[in-house]
Design a binder for this molecule. Sequence first.
Ligand code: FE2
Length: 104
Amino acid sequence: MNCSDPQFIPAIRSLMEDLTKHVHEEETIDLVKLESSITPEESERLAKSFGRTKMFVPSRSHPSAPNKPPFETAVGLMTAPIDHLADLFRKWPEEALTPNPSVK
Ligand SMILES: [Fe+2]
């Protein structure tokens, strides 16, 4: 869907509503259960491992990239460093875009 499509903003709002609920459930239920079932040391080890993994995955969507292994993995490993470098120079959308007064 192109961002100029009149259904774009309603679709984004719907997706964000679902995502917000999902994130809330993970943070208030799933992660709480996980943290209570592992040691602080294991939690720290997993957090570091997750942080390292994030370095090897793209930080942006690449719609034309393959979406199934093994090519997804190979392309992801190639695009991740470029994404992370470019992220240093990117602005948040609300800083880069002029708000559309017709969107509420
Ligand atoms: Fe999730």
